[in-house]
Each structure stands twice: as structure tokens, then as C-alpha cells.
Design a protein around this ligand. Structure first.
Ligand SMILES: C[S@@+](CC[C@H](N)C(=O)[O-])C[C@H]1O[C@@H](n2cnc3c(N)ncnc32)[C@H](O)[C@@H]1O
Length: 301
């Protein structure tokens, strides 16, 4: 029987803890964090993401940016510290009152050009206009998931989306479907702003020279990740790509390792394949590689 996994109540009324959730943004929130030091990453995640978006041609002078699900505000702090001169206005949307309060405090230096809006991501898109870029960093894994779908007898809404966008599904095995993320990409693809999103994927891809990271990983359909007081699901990126492309949008996607852009690939390979955790630094490298290897980014232009 299909059930819907929702994190709505947890985020609306709870106190989400992003350190325990081990988000990539928080792991590299400062150039002095243990992860940044272990990987020799010289800038915070938000600054690196800004560099990446400039290279992709979507962060330009006079930008108006919306970030939905900005957590503690760390991504936007890093981006503004480095790229303030390119950004005219920022709109931070979040379902969580608790996290919006933290964002307001951490971004107070830029309060003159920042608005904070409490809203459910699914309901806000009709009211957003005039932005150039939307950022959804590790947010879509929190959207609704239709669990345990029988391929031979799918819930009507899942069946309609699968047929409409010609989405691949297993032939016989029951599967989980990212219904909220697919609906969200459907909605945002109708607009003309660019969208950067990143998330834990069920169909990861690997950087050139780091294909060894696929060791022991099962590629497939979304799986549950149990977290404190709620569950998220990995995202089937190939579905999101098809949906955005069906609206005529250009889509680029890759491994999230592209954003921090690690070097020292050879020593990482050695640590990862031999599971060497003899020092704190090696342990951090092993754990982070084991985590980030399943993450992907996607840009809808
Ligand atoms: C896993 S956290 C990621 C936070 C931050 N972007 C990062 O990368 O560290 C998910 C964020 O999305 C927000 N969120 C979850 N569901 C949402 C919804 N339906 N509408 C708006 N924001 C939502 C949460 O409150 C939180 O800020």
C-alpha cells in the first residue's frame, strides 16, 4: 500500500539540527572547519558555489537570488562574503520559523537587501517573480515521497507523472517515488529563472578520475535515510532531468564534489579504497568521501 512520507510537521514546528544531518554545506561552512582543513578547501561552501555558478554563467551582476530552505544561512553568508558585489537582492524562504530566525540573525550584515519569508516551498512559486536564480541546496530530499509503489498498480498521481514524463521505473519491484520533488521541478521549470539544486541522489555520478567512489554502491530508486525524528529519501535525478527537459529547459548535472573541487585525488583514493582511518584527518576524509559520493547537483537554465 502506497504511503506518503512527509517532513512538513518536523520542519514547521521542530528544531532541525543540520550538524547531525551532516549537510555538505555545514561540513564546509567555514574554511577553518575540520572538513575544509582535511581537504585543503580554502573557501566556505557558499563562496565556492558562487564561483561555480559564475563559471556556469548564472551568477552575474545585478542578480536577484531566492534561496529556499537555507538552513542556518551558511551558504548565503559564504556567497555574500565573496560575491556581494554581484547580488542586488536576496529572498530567503523557509518552512521553519526556527531556522528563519537563525538566518535573519546570521545575515544581519546584509539585512538592507534581504527579505525573510516563512512559506512552504510548494506554495510559494506562484508568488515569486523577478528573480534570476533560485537555490535549493539539500532541500528536495525533504519533499513528499510516495513509498512502496507497486509498478503494476500505482497510485493515480504517480502513474500520471510516470506516463506524462516517460519516467523509468522498475519492472516488478516496489519502489519509492519523489513525488514532491518531481512536482516542484515541474512547477519551477515553467518559469524563466535559473535553478541550482543539490541533493543526496539514488543515481550518483562520479568525477573523472574518482570512479572508484562507486565501490559498494547500489544505483537505483530512492531509499529512506532515517534522521532525528524524521526520514528523508534520496532523489532519482534522472527523473528531474526528464521533467525539466520536457519544458524545453537546458539541464546540466554532475557530482557535488565539483563544487568544492577537491585536489589530492591520489591520496584520497588510497584512504578510501583501503579504508585507512589511522589519523583524525584520514578519518574525516574517509567519512566525507563516503557521504558526498552520492550527492549530485543540477542546474536548470
Ligand atoms: C536539510 S536542510 C538543508 C539546509 C541548508 N540548505 C544546507 O544545505 O545546509 C532543509 C531545509 O529546507 C527547509 N524545508 C524543508 N521542507 C520545506 C518546505 N516544504 N518548504 C520550505 N522549506 C523547507 C528546512 O527548514 C531546512 O531549512
Amino acid at each position: 500500500m502506497t504511503e506518503i512520507n512527509s517532513t512538513y510537521d518536523y520542519h514547521k514546528s521542530g528544531k532541525p539540527d543540520l550538524i547531525n544531518e551532516y549537510t555538505i554545506c555545514e561540513s564546509f561552512a567555514s574554511e577553518k572547519s575540520p572538513c575544509s582543513l582535511a581537504f585543503d578547501v580554502k573557501k566556505p561552501y557558499g563562496a565556492l558555489l558562487g564561483d561555480f555558478l559564475i563559471r556556469l554563467g548564472v551568477l552575474n551582476p545585478d542578480s536577484i537570488i531566492a534561496e529556499a530552505g537555507g538552513g542556518y544561512g551558511s551558504l548565503m553568508i559564504g556567497m555574500l562574503q565573496e560575491h556581494d558585489h554581484l547580488i542586488d537582492r536576496i529572498i530567503m524562504f523557509d518552512l521553519s520559523f526556527y531556522l528563519l530566525k537563525i538566518q535573519r540573525n546570521s545575515l544581519r550584515k546584509w539585512q538592507a537587501k534581504t527579505d525573510f519569508i516563512q512559506a512552504d516551498i510548494h506554495e510559494l512559486f506562484a508568488s515569486i517573480s523577478g528573480i534570476n536564480l533560485l537555490i535549493l541546496n539539500e532541500v528536495i530530499g525533504d519533499m513528499n515521497v510516495a513509498c512502496n509503489n507497486d509498478p503494476g498498480n500505482m497510485k493515480k498521481e504517480v502513474n500520471d507523472l510516470v506516463r506524462k514524463y516517460n519516467l523509468e521505473i522498475p519492472e516488478y519491484e516496489f519502489f519509492n517515488f519523489n513525488i514532491g520533488a518531481v512536482r516542484l521541478v515541474e512547477e519551477i521549470s515553467r518559469h524563466n529563472y535559473s535553478v541550482f539544486l543539490s541533493e543526496h541522489s539514488s543515481d550518483p555520478v562520479f568525477p573523472e578520475g574518482m570512479e572508484y567512489l562507486d565501490r559498494g554502491l547500489e544505483q537505483g530508486f530512492p531509499r529512506e535515510i532515517k534522521l532525528h525524528k524524521h526520514s528523508e529519501f534520496t532523489i532519482r535525478f534522472s527523473h528531474l532531468v526528464k521533467v525539466a527537459q520536457s519544458f524545453g529547459r537546458e539541464v546540466i548535472t554532475g557530482p557535488l564534489i565539483d563544487v568544492p573541487g577537491f585536489r589530492n585525488i591520489d591520496s584520497m583514493r588510497f584512504i578510501f579504497l583501503n579504508r585507512i582511518c589511522g589519523t583524525d584527518k584520514q578519518e574525516i576524509i574517509f567519512e566525507l568521501l563516503d557521504h558526498i559520493r552520492e550527492y549530485r547537483w543540477m542546474l536548470i537554465k
